[in-house]
Design a protein around this ligand. Structure first.
Ligand SMILES: Nc1ncnc2c1ncn2[C@@H]1O[C@H](COP(=O)(O)OP(=O)(O)OP(=O)(O)O)[C@@H](O)[C@H]1O
Ligand SMILES: [Cu+]
Length: 783
């Protein structure tokens, strides 16, 4: 039977160097605790690559299928950690892969060390990847038989007073002898693995749960507590099995995301025919055909046909999206109506979906604060209880004339209670469930720490453009500000001004510039009198973007800039008349930029952006959750205030340069937990500074997934309150679980000392507690 979560119990001698790293998010190494604990189900391991040369030596991934619990990790760490040729160890219990960094010829010694612990290490050969591997299924019958034997031992124990029955069963055996035989059968059938593992641990000076259980059961056998010993062993094994099963559900929740993308795709062959092939083999640039109702296998761009797609598996948003030629489609999404062909833009293992899964997997590795605490606690708890048990067994009989039998028995019950399993597994199960639940809603959380800290969020700073608004402003006003006759002589016709501005704007991808570049010139310029094509762009030399202000460049030997009030002010070309007009437009929520040459303001352009319908709702939801909102925008104060009013934001700050945004976050953080949502580069420092940085529209952008703490797959701001709610719920469950686990232990401790607790009751309680906390954690998934 699987050695499992129960064995996630901290071990006495596991003092782990990595623990000292109090990094914010510590991705690898031992941090993969229990998430990864123990699978009973056949688990699929991903392909393993070969040794890699690095500066300090070699990095070799080693697969150890028997290693999926911290118990095993502790053993291996102990064994290898002291070898001089081993530079570092990184455990990925979830994948069951150990990454060893070692000196050149040390690999054989490392493998031998692992083998000496009773594990079978696998490394990939010279030819590269080791194929994925399926763990063989284990049979239930030995445990079933053991359970029957244990029950019979119990029954025989009860029947003891009835004389003659055992004689009827067997002429030779007394009742007690029969119970003993049955108990030994039960322990032998169910407990061999536990004994073996316990023995390996003890030999290596480690006191893990397998060792404790072996000691407890052996003690009970020595005391002649036959039915009890049998029951304890059977229940313990059963508990592990059930726990492993439920933990697998948490583990599979993430693997389940991977199954969103179908394994096969219909790809066009060189002769033009269509063939269904494995998605993993499809090259970038291939053409794939999709039928109605089919799931998309790879990321790509539609080259023929149109359809509506349900992107809920990735974005969490189930409203179908229309897609036509040139639009991006994503692996894992569902084609609803039409059929279309698309050109593959990323290999299967590089799709947006694959990156999401990778990020979630990494996130599990990063320990949440509660988990750190619990692990540390468990590390102390187990040895402390062990020594108390030892004292209980020895001191009262020796010093107070207590009954040896009584006190040794009490000590054994204490050993069972010494298992902090329920406590240790409660946290990771909850966090993993939360992470998976979030991923299913299109919220990618980059570490348990953010999920856990999210409940504290009290301020949310938001950027305006693209976050609250659509970020696609359109040109609403174009006004030439110089006298038409003067303009004529200076060579600045109306069309000319427009053309100059558009030529500058075309070179920038700032939304305001884009609006000017894309505007239908005909709506603003009298085309009949215009030059042949007013939209045609002019040559721009020494083009330059001026952050937070605008752009500038030389056209036909003269320099021009296109920028906001700040820019005009700084170049000394502002006037009160202009300011009045600016104020007017800005109060309507429009952003204004002006075209200037080195002497005067030639023209002004006002653009209006629309507020996303979801922004208003999101802000209202945030306020309901007690979170205050503040808008930080590079745009001017009037526009900021106007937009803030439209969406109901508490406070609006305009004219914010990146460093101002950063300063604003820093100031808020003095007495609050602050989150920030943004998209642009001008938000990057503030996003990095905020305790939780949210990036929107992450599906289309790798950098957003990589740099944000929380990536929202689409740009629906309501995902932020959804995140906060999930985070608060996770937090509640974490606290419930810790209280449950410790509470049950405390009750048993008291019962035992009072002489009321029996050993199998303790196992039962322990199992019950573990199941309770796992079930409680998994509740998050069901939402
Ligand atoms: N490349 C550009 N082209 C045109 N205008 C620009 C450009 N860069 C900046 N501006 C002007 O400067 C203002 C501030 O720009 P900035 O990029 O700091 O913030 P933003 O994009 O308007 O708003 P937010 O901070 O909400 O994203 C813009 O509103 C715009 O008027
Ligand atoms: Cu001014």
């Amino acid at each position: 039977m699987r050695d499992s979560i129960s064995s996630c119990c901290g071990s006495v001698a596991d003092n782990n160097p990595q623990e000292k790293e109090q990094g914010h998010v510590n991705n690898h190494t031992d941090d993969n605790r229990v998430t990864s604990c123990c699978a009973a189900e056949p688990a699929i391991a991903s392909p393993l690559s070969g040794s890699q040369r690095v500066d300090s030596g070699f990095r070799t991934p080693i697969r150890i299928m028997q290693m999926d619990c911290p118990t095993e990790e502790a053993l291996i760490r102990k064994k290898l950690g002291t070898m001089p040729d081993v530079i570092s160890l990184e455990f990925n219990l979830m994948q069951r892969v150990l990454m060893v960094e070692h000196t050149e010829d040390a690999l054989e010694a490392v493998l031998a060390g692992i083998r000496s612990l009773g594990f079978e290490p696998e490394v990939s050969g010279a030819q590269g990847e080791l194929p994925p591997k399926t763990e063989p299924k284990k049979s239930w019958w030995p445990l079933g038989l053991a359970a029957v034997a244990a029950l019979m031992a119990e029954v025989v124990g009860w029947l003891e007073p009835i004389n003659g029955l055992s004689g009827w069963l067997s002429g030779e055996l007394s009742n007690n002898g029969l119970a003993a035989v049955l108990a030994l059968i039960a322990v032998g059938l169910s407990g061999l693995t536990t004994y073996k593992k316990g023995w390996v641990a003890v030999r290596h000076g480690d006191l893990n749960i397998n060792a404790l259980m072996s000691i407890a059961v052996t003690g009970a056998l020595i005391l002649g507590q036959w039915p009890e010993a049998a029951m304890v062993m059977v229940l313990f094994t059963l508990a592990e099995l059930i726990e492993a099963k439920s933990l697998d559900r948490a583990r599979n929740a993430i693997a389940g995301l991977m199954n969103l993308a179908p394994e096969k795709a219909t790809v066009q062959q060189s002769d033009g025919s269509w063939l269904e092939v494995a998605a993993a083999t499809v090259a970038v640039g291939s053409r794939v055909r999709v039928k109605p109702g089919e799931r998309i296998a790879l990321d790509g761009e539609i080259v023929r046909g149109r359809s509506t797609l349900n992107q809920a598996p990735i974005t969490g948003e189930s409203l179908p999206v229309d897609k036509a030629e040139g639009d991006q489609v994503y692996a894992g999404t569902i084609n609803e109506s039409g059929s279309f062909e698309y050109k593959v833009s990323a290999a299967a293992d590089d799709s947006a979906l694959a990156r999401i899964i990778h990020a979630v997997e990494e996130a599990q590795g990063a320990k949440a604060p509660t988990q750190r605490f619990v692990d540390q606690f468990a590390r102390l708890y187990t040895p402390i209880v062990f020594f108390i048990a030892l004292a209980v067994a020895v001191v009262p009989p020796l010093l107070m004339g207590g009954d040896w039998f009584d006190w040794v028995y009490k000590a054994l019950v204490l050993l069972v209670i010494a298992c902090p399993c329920a406590l240790v597994i409660s946290t990771p199960v909850t966090i993993v469930s939360g992470l998976a639940a979030a991923a299913r809603r299109g919220i990618l959380i980059k570490g348990g720490v953010y999920l856990e800290e999210g409940h504290k969020l009290s301020w949310l700073a938001l950027d305006k453009t693209g976050t609250l608004t659509h970020g696609k402003p359109v040109l609403t006003e174009f006004e030439v500000l110089i006298d038409p006759r003067a303009a004529q002589t200076a060579g600045h016709t109306i069309e000319g001004c427009y053309q100059l501005a558009a030529s500058l704007a075309m070179r920038s991808d700032h939304p305001v510039s884009q609006a000017i570049a894309k505007a239908e010139a005909a709506n603003f310029v009298n085309v009949s009198t215009a030059q042949k094509s007013p939209g045609a762009s002019l040559n721009v030399d020494s083009f330059e973007a001026i952050p937070g202000r605008g752009v500038k460049g030389r056209i036909k030997g003269r320099s021009y800039s296109l920028g906001n009030h700040r820019l005009i002010e700084e170049s000394g070309l502002c006037s009160s008349a202009l300011e009045a007009r600016l104020g007017q437009l800005e109060r309507e929520g429009k952003s204004v930029v002006m075209l200037v040459d080195d002497q005067q303001v030639l023209a002004l352009f006002a653009v209006a952006d629309t507020v996303k319908a979801t922004s208003r709702e999101a802000v209202a939801e945030l306020h309901q959750l007690g979170i205050k909102t503040i808008m930080l925008t590079g745009d001017n104060q009037h526009t900021a205030t106007a937009i803030a009013q439209q969406v109901g934001i508490d406070e609006a700050r305009g004219n914010q340069l990146p460093e101002d945004k950063l300063a604003a976050i820093t100031a808020l953080e003095k007495d609050a937990t602050v989150g920030m949502v943004g998209d642009g580069i001008n938000d990057a420092p503030a996003l990095a500074r905020a305790q939780i940085g949210f990036a929107m529209g992450a599906m289309g952008s790798d950098t957003a997934i990589e740099t944000a703490d929380v990536a929202l797959m689409d740009d629906d701001l309501r995902k932020v309150p959804a995140f906060v709610r999930l985070s608060r719920q996770t937090r509640r469950i974490l606290i419930q679980n810790i209280a449950l686990a410790l509470g049950i232990k405390a009750v048993f401790l008291v019962l035992t000392v009072m002489g009321l607790g029996t050993m199998w009751m303790a196992v039962f309680a322990d199992m019950g507690a573990s199941l309770l906390v796992v079930g409680n954690g998994l509740r998050l998934l069901r939402k």
